[in-house]
Design a protein around this ligand. Structure first.
Ligand code: 3H9
Length: 704
């Protein structure tokens, strides 16, 4: 950490100081991301006090060791009793320091890290640095002076964009809006030293950000408020961010006071807990029992089937830089697949993901398309996305067994079928795994990695590695009908159908659930996915459906008259002008079905709809957990957050269950059971939790 001639002194485990003539250097070394933990805050305070008290030191250079300068406050400390010094006090202390402090930004200088930098008196970023205030994505606002100092340097409009979007910007843009003073190449320590001498020489001006005045911009403030009202009406913290930035036109101390008040309100909001849970869920899912196994090499990916799923998977693999071999049964299917991939890639160009030249070279250089399985003999990993039928899949896997090279991973994209049976049709069940993508596969972030009885640990590790390469979030699931996501969805979809039969119209159910924060309601989802998809599964399950189970056949009847949802323009809704309008045919089928069941239809409040739907989701999720299909509650949360449009600010179904509490969930289920004792049965796990007062979070903590 030191290669000069000065003296080095460790303040504590994470902060060290060094003197180089008139320059004092402070280094933060708190891997992995130099989060501003209590040790960092107290060590930094002491280091500045030490150097500021040394009359020979005329400038201080502050930098971070490792991959980044401080990436934010330590999120793990949120919700625990605060420990002095607080980050806001530290930032004020840095700003007040008589000795000028130069800060070097590198890596991802985010949140509290940027707030530290803004409190220093000059800032230099290394090329490639990403600079941002992402607090809003965690349900809070920059609470260590960020809402006051960013507008002082960059103006109200730029501060609004940075803080309300939460999106990091490149160093060049930060330079353009004066958040930083210079971009300089080198390692952080060298740049700190060089910058400090520039400050000493008067080449790099230094100033106190808090002493600057903000020019009011009421037009930008009200435009942002209007925008948020339309786009994020349910979220709490974006609106508070605007309030705090508006306060930056006051004196610094007054603005900081206002920021504190608004920050505390965000911290107390349940949305903060939900969003931070979602942040950790995204990272927790990779902590699987197989994480120490060595993934197999991955260069070429084979895809069997050129339908929507197969083409989407091939697109995702191409976009991640893999060579892809697409196969189909015949030329017609193959050209349809290639055409879909070409369209998907065009979409990626439009979204700015790739250039048109990239698109052309992916299509001509990385994609190989052929009829029959033979060309897959060189693929490292083969994903079958053929028709959802056990006999079809077994035939493919048995043929593949004779073609795929030794060590190739044989994956199925089945969404419901028993992977143990598919694996049994090969002589190498250890290589067989489920990789369940979600449609559109090149866009949706979730991928379930389904581990069958004999799947080897390195095959599982390879599935996770593939997900990482594709930019997806992989969740480990055991084998059952529908795995984690579709199994739970099949169950809660019934709760929606029963409410529909008992009196709530599909549009009311969808509206209540989107009002709760779901991206779409169950009937909008069904129309989008295609009613014909569940029609096939419904027919498959019909033979084993117990007589006590209520069954609502509106969707099946729509399929019988050719209404498959969006793809045919009609389903639960009609889409003649691009917008959904209730389909009278669906409503008449519903009325007929109510008549046959002797039901008049009773009113449901939106609250009742949400409670029944979410309770059903939690009920089946508790069973999935108890059976060991999901490793931990947080894995189930990740599935629903990243694959099923569950509102991120609510943290997922299991996090929501903890907010409701097991005793209340048991009470609800027992009440609903008075109407339908077959469907509403309290799962064993919820009974146990209600009795011993434990939570799903307790289970996460034990497992992680
Ligand atoms: C804030 O600053 C509030 C202030 O305004 C006011 C206070 C008063 N804390 O993502 P990765 C962990 S709010 C604790 O896999 P990458 C992470 O959990 C904060 N831990 O790496 C993981 O642990 P594990 C504002 C953190 O390279 C490990 O580091 N800042 C924090 O893909 C590696 O993370 C943010 O919101 C943290 N702040 O991405 C930034 N950050 O290995 C949040 C990370 O045990 N962080 N960890 O699973 C990020 O966006 C990404 O982590 C980052 C690196 C881009 C930095």
């Amino acid at each position: 950490m030191q290669d000069g001639t000065g003296t080095e002194h460790h303040i504590n485990d994470v902060i060290s100081v060094e003197t180089q003539g008139p320059v004092g250097l402070i280094c933060i070394n708190n891997p992995p991301v130099n989060a501003a933990s209590h040790a960092v805050r107290s060590g930094l305070w002491q280091a500045v006090e030490l150097l500021a008290g040394n009359k020979t030191i005329r400038v201080i250079g502050l930098y971070g060791h490792g991959r980044t300068f401080v990436a934010g406050a330590d999120i793990r400390e949120f919700g625990k009793p605060p420990q002095d010094p607080w980050l806001p006090d530290l930032c004020n202390f840095l700003e007040e320091c008589e000795t000028p402090i130069l800060c070097v930004l590198h890596g991802t200088t985010l949140g509290g890290g940027l707030e530290i930098a803004l409190s220093c008196h000059a800032r230099i970023a290394l090329p490639g640095t990403k600079i941002g205030l992402p607090e809003v994505t965690l349900g809070i606002l920059p609470g260590a002076g960020g809402t006051q100092r960013a507008p002082r340097l960059a103006g109200v409009k730029a501060a609004l964009d940075l803080i309300v979007s939460g999106k990091p910007i490149p160093a060049e843009e930060a330079l353009g809006c004066h958040l930083i003073d210079r971009i300089l190449d080198g390692d952080p320590r060298q740049v700190a030293l060089q910058g400090a001498y520039a400050v000493l020489a008067g080449d790099l001006p230094h100033k106190r950000t808090g002493s600057l005045k903000v020019t009011p911009d009421p037009a930008a403030i009200s435009a942002m408020r209007e925008h948020l009202k339309k786009t994020q009406p349910l979220l709490f913290s974006p609106h508070r961010c605007v309030d705090a930035i508006e306060a930056s036109t006051s004196e610094m101390t007054e603005g900081l006071g206002q920021e504190r008040h608004l920050f505390n309100a965000c911290m107390e909001s349940p949305q903060r807990a939900g969003l931070i849970h979602a942040f950790f869920a995204e990272r927790a899912v990779s902590k699987i029992p197989e994480r120490h196994a060595l993934p197999r090499p991955l260069e070429t990916i084979g895809v069997i089937g050129g339908g929507t799923m197969g083409s989407g998977i091939a697109t995702a693999a191409l976009l991640a830089g893999f060579s892809v071999s697409l196969t189909e049964r015949d030329e017609t299917g193959l050209s349809r697949g290639v055409e879909t991939i070409a369209q998907n890639l065009e979409g990626a160009v439009k979204r700015g993901k790739i250039s048109d030249t990239d698109r052309q070279s992916l299509l001509s250089g990385k994609l190989m398309a052929s009829v029959g399985l033979e060309p897959l003999k060189t693929s490292d990993l083969i994903i079958e996305a053929a028709f959802e039928d056990m006999a079809v899949k077994q035939a493919i896997f048995s043929e593949l067994d004779g073609i795929a090279k030794p060590g190739a991973i044989l994956a199925t994209n089945t969404s419901y079928l028993d992977i143990n049976k598919i694996a049994a049709s090969t002589s190498r069940p250890g290589d067989v795994i489920g990789l369940h993508f979600f449609s559109p596969a090149h866009i949706m972030r979730l991928m379930e990695v389904v581990v069958a009885q004999e799947t080897s640990p390195d095959a599982v590790a390879t599935g996770f590695k593939l997900a990482k390469n594709l930019g997806k979030i992989a969740v480990r699931s055991g084998v059952c009908d529908g795995f984690i996501g579709n199994r739970i969805m099949t169950f809660y979809k019934k709760a929606a159908d029963y409410m529909m039969l008992d009196g709530a119209d599909p549009a009311q159910i969808d509206k209540a659930l989107t009002g709760y924060g779901f991206a779409m309601g169950p009937y909008q989802v069904a129309d989008l996915a295609g009613l014909d998809i569940s029609w096939a599964a419904n027919r498959r399950r019909a033979a084993t459906r117990p007589p006590e189970e209520r069954y609502v056949s509106v969707a099946d009847r729509l399929c019988e008259v050719g209404m498959f949802g969006r793809k045919t323009g009609k389903g639960f809704y009609i889409y003649n002008d691009g917008h959904p309008h209730p389909n009278p045919v669906a409503l008449s089928f519903l009325a007929e079905e109510r008549g046959v069941a002797g039901l008049k239809g009773r009113p449901f409040s939106d609250e009742d709809i949400v409670n029944r739907f979410v309770t059903a989701m939690i009920l089946e999720a508790a069973r999935v957990l108890d059976e060991g299909i999901a490793l931990r509650p947080i894995d189930i949360d990740a599935v629903f957050l990243f694959g099923y449009g569950f509102p991120r600010f609510r943290g997922g179904p299991m996090h929501t269950a903890d907010q409701i509490g097991a005793p209340e969930l048991v009470r609800r289920i027992e009440t609903y059971a008075l109407e339908d004792p077959y469907y509403w049965q309290v799962p064993k796990l919820l009974h146990v939790m209600a009795e011993n007062g434990s939570s799903f979070e307790d289970r996460n903590r034990e497992a992680l």
